[in-house]
Design a protein around this ligand. Structure first.
Ligand code: FMN
Length: 362
């Protein structure tokens, strides 16, 4: 079963798009962490559907209810359960999906694997599942900011289809990202991206793109070779998100076109610390954080559900045409940035707790 993630900070999500609700159980959260529903809500609001004209028009308030594990504003060290009820379900929009498989969605694979599926709104494969991840990510971010005073994390839209942003990752802040609805800190590129998404939406089509995430203030030592290397767990976390198609850390695939003499990050002493002059490693070497900025990129595909007639087959194996209805994101990127942050925070928090448990004594 694959609904739980993490070793010490263990996150289990539950729920389907059109069921009673979605949420998370977090086990392994240390006690006496100050956390309020408002802090969790702030992150959920960044992920929420219907937040602008370029996202799905499903109207969900996504109000979180904390059911357990928190008392008088502090964590108890017991499992934290957070629930968000589904309010704006429109199952009738998806009636045709009861029988026909959407090309490149999860309908066919869920049906063949389980022999049954909730066809309303994508069921468990819907990005509504990520509500639980974002709630857990808010708690993880809180723990990281207590452990590491310089901790900062920013994910932003770096590319949509053929529009690429120019962003200085070393100085970008969350407030720069939140300045526009597309979540791209390059104002010029953001305008082009927004009109591209609007045009694509009006044509009933979809586009994908790239989210870049940078994490500052993580010390050396996080990551557990050999199978739980930091970049391996980050890659798994990112590729567990719906609609992801690629992950690269540091120089990533560009490293293949460089020589060792260009690519190596020379060591130097700076401020009494061992630092690297460049950061092609993306802050991870040998699977362990090296104290530099951790940065990585995640590729998202164009949304599978489009309002174009497409060839497909039915559950009873007949060839047919399908033109999707219902409310969909013409581009998932603007809502994906907070989800990428949440998964990165969950991975880093888990590894921070593991390093505390088994790292050097003193
Ligand atoms: C924030 C976000 C919103 C999404 N919204 C939609 C949507 O409206 N329609 C859709 O078909 N897919 C949407 N997806 C993607 C599907 O959930 C995903 O493509 C599907 O589950 C199949 O999984 P796969 O693409 O990972 O193979 C969204 C993904 C994310 C991250």
């Amino acid at each position: 079963m694959g609904n739980t993630f993490g070793q010490l900070f263990r996150v289990t999500t539950f729920g389907e798009s059109h069921g009673g609700g979605v949420g998370v159980v977090i086990d392994g959260c240390p006690p006496k962490i100050d956390i309020s529903e408002a802090e969790i809500q702030r992150e959920l609001d960044r992920r929420r559907p219907g937040q602008s004209k370029i996202t799905t028009q499903r109207r969900e308030e996504d109000r979180c209810e904390s059911l357990s594990g928190v008392f008088a504003g502090k964590t108890l060290g017991t499992p934290i359960a957070i629930l968000v009820r589904n309010k704006d379900a429109q199952p009738e929009d998806y009636a045709q999906l009861k029988t026909a498989f959407r090309p490149s969605h999860a309908d066919f694979t869920y049906q063949t694997k389980y022999g049954i599926r909730n066809w309303q709104g994508g069921g468990r494969a819907s990005a509504r599942e990520t509500v639980g991840r974002v709630a857990a990510g808010a708690v993880a971010k809180k723990i990281l900011s207590i452990l590491y005073s310089k901790f900062e994390m920013v994910a932003f839209v770096a590319q949509i289809h053929d529009v690429t942003a120019q962003v200085n990752r070393s100085i970008v802040k969350v407030k720069d990202v939140e300045k526009n609805t597309v979540r791209c800190p390059d104002a010029w590129a953001a305008k082009l991206m927004t009109s591209l998404i609007e045009q694509i939406r009006d044509e009933g089509d979809s586009v994908g793109g790239v989210i870049e995430c940078v994490v500052r203030g993580i010390p050396t030592g996080l990551g557990e070779p050999v199978f739980d290397k930091l970049e391996a767990d980050l890659a798994k976390a990112m590729l567990s998100l719906p609609a992801t198609k690629g992950f690269e850390i540091g120089s990533g695939f560009a490293a293949t076109r460089m020589r060792g003499s260009e690519h190596n990050d020379p060591f130097e002493m700076r401020g009494g610390k061992v630092r690297t002059a460049t950061n092609n490693s993306g802050g991870v070497q040998g699977g362990i954080s090296n104290g530099e900025e951790i940065y990585f990129r995640v590729a998202f595909k164009p949304t599978a559900t489009i309002r174009h007639p497409q060839s497909t087959v039915t559950v009873s194996r007949e060839q047919t045409k399908l033109t999707a209805r219902g409310r969909h994101d013409p581009c998932v990127l603007p809502r994906a940035a907070p989800i990428v942050e949440a998964m990165a925070a969950i991975v880093l928090c888990d590894h921070a707790l593991r390093q505390k448990a088994i790292g050097l004594l003193g």
